[in-house]
Design a protein around this ligand. Structure first.
Ligand code: AFP
Length: 321
């Protein structure tokens, strides 16, 4: 089986980018190890602080965030990082070639119940300037050099794109190397499976209420086929399922907090997942435009997300037109 670095070299990847990706995956293998032994190490539970999102931080949110910051700083390749757990960007190496954004532990409400969580990352070329500010991170998702996630599940899986398709690598516990096992993910264009937190149904905009209602009518309704539902409550888990077998994932705007465009963050959740999805032949939209075409306004900006099987995403978005 092909190891990650060889697969990247075979795609003529910039050696510095390969080295950066490698350092991220080595850190994620360490995070996986922490998670495996979490209950024994008293690192589950709350950290007793809130992040910039106003969300209670889990201990592992903070620990994984610190691990990634340190790993990236040690590469000498990163000019600055931005993280879900950091209010502002954190400068790193003035000669660094890259900017890196990450959600260190997506799905952290799943940690204490031993369910799926993951690390999501997004890599851009760094601008030629001394001091990096938050505004320097506001680059459209289509310009990402690389995007990926590491899913901490029964297997530890890296899903990655550098713009030449989406590929999956499994962590080999013996060698601690990530080995290629899906060379070119292809998302089925159609699906019978959708993922949404249905508890918010009464708060959705009417087009989304109608779209989901039509799915639930099954073969006797306008869609003329029965659908199934899944909800992992960790975007990495739902997106991984969709990359493996198709489906539609959505976290739409809702009127619980009308000023919030959605729950998911554009720069380190929606954008990397959108690139992985498009590179695998799927689609990733807000309720009106491709996520990768959004001109970002803030590093913690939130967006509504509709992504997955291209035909189904198109149908869902058309309910909003
Ligand atoms: P946490 O990291 O706070 O658990 O949130 C995870 C997430 O941002 C995303 O990964 C999930 O798809 C979504 O939130 C789950 O949201 P609900 O808890 O409202 O279902």
């Amino acid at each position: 089986m092909t190891i990650l670095s060889t697969h990247l070299e075979n795609q003529n990847t910039d050696p510095s980018l390969t080295a950066l990706i490698q350092s991220i995956t080595v850190c994620c293998a360490d995070i996986a190890d922490l998670l495996k032994h979490g209950p024994m190490n008293d690192i589950l539970g709350m950290a007793g602080a809130e992040n910039v999102q106003g969300e209670d931080q889990k201990k592992l949110d903070v620990i994984s965030n610190d691990m990634l910051k340190e790993a990236l700083a040690n590469t000498g390749l990163v000019k600055a990082i931005a993280s879900e757990e950091e209010e502002h960007c954190v400068p790193s190496d003035p000669d660094g070639k890259f900017l890196v954004l990450f959600d260190p532990l997506d799905g952290s409400s799943n940690i204490d119940i031993n369910s799926l969580v993951g690390t999501i990352f997004s890599i851009y070329a760094a601008p030629e300037k001394e001091t990096i500010e938050d505004t320097d991170f506001l680059i459209a998702g289509r310009k990402q050099l690389a995007a990926g996630y590491v899913l901490y599940g029964p297997s530890v899986i890296l899903t990655l794109t550098t713009g030449h398709g989406t590929h999956m690598y499994m962590l080999d516990q013996n060698s601690n190397a990530f080995l290629l096992f899906v060379d070119g993910v292809q998302i089925p264009r159609e699906t019978k499976e959708f993922a949404i937190n249905a508890a918010n149904q009464r708060h959705w905009a009417e087009p989304m209420q109608l779209y989901i209602s039509d799915l639930l009518k099954g073969e006797t309704g306008p869609r003329q086929k029965n659908f199934n539902m899944r909800w992992v409550a960790a975007m990495v888990g739902d997106v991984h399922r969709i990359l493996c077998r198709g489906g539609l994932f959505t976290y739409p705007w809702d009127k619980k907090d009308p000023d919030k465009a959605g729950k998911l963050r554009l720069m380190y959740e929606a954008n990397p997942m959108a690139l992985l999805t498009e590179q695998a032949g799927g689609a990733a939209f807000t309720d009106e435009l491709p996520i990768l075409d959004i001109d970002p306004e803030h590093i913690h900006q939130r967006v509504p997300v509709i992504l997955g099987s291209s035909e189904e995403v198109n149908i869902c978005v058309n309910y909003h037109r």
